[in-house]
Design a protein around this ligand. Structure first.
Ligand code: SME
Length: 156
């Protein structure tokens, strides 16, 4: 299958996982696995969750890929922390060009972080790293934003 079709098929597959996986942690793990497996250029796929106690920090949730030292990220720090404040998708074509960036490992070249909102409330985010430069274009962004919309009900 061409990348285009692989991407287009993802929301439907994600929907199926959501409908058949009652446990939210399991569900996020399966979604991360789906994305990491289906899309060749996704080398690290995971979720950061806003602190349930209301502290301005992110906690690493389910992920697929190399382990990372960034298990807790303060709002504002790195690409992830910036998205926790802006509530806007952040696409980074070249991580070396970013000053406010937290490196997961030296192989990573590009990154996308998509917020998951429940109404006005920021609840979590999907973070994807690629070892390929500028791996995530507008088509990726559209599909991943669609999936993050589907994931909202998990964070109630
Ligand atoms: N690169 C992210 C940190 C998360 S790890 O890459 C998994 C950032 O700059 O926020």
């Amino acid at each position: 299958m061409h990348t285009h079709n692989i991407l287009e098929a993802l929301p439907q597959k994600a929907k199926h996982i959501i409908e058949t996986t009652p446990d939210p942690q399991d569900c996020l793990q399966k979604i991360a696995r789906l994305l990491a497996t289906e899309v060749e250029v996704y080398d690290w796929v995971g979720f950061y969750i806003a602190d349930p106690g209301g502290k301005p920090e992110l906690h690493l949730g389910p992920y697929v890929g190399a382990s990372t030292e960034h298990t807790v990220i303060p709002f504002g720090k790195g690409i992830c922390g910036q998205v926790a404040e802006s509530h806007q998708t952040f696409v980074v074509d070249d991580v070396e060009a970013e000053e406010n960036y937290l490196s997961c490992n030296i192989h990573v070249k590009s990154e996308i972080v998509v917020p998951i909102m429940r109404g006005q409330e920021f609840v979590a985010q999907l973070d994807i790293d690629s070892n390929t430069r500028a791996a995530m274009d507008e088509r990726h962004r559209a599909v991943l934003e669609q999936i993050c919309t589907l994931l909202k009900p998990l964070f109630s």
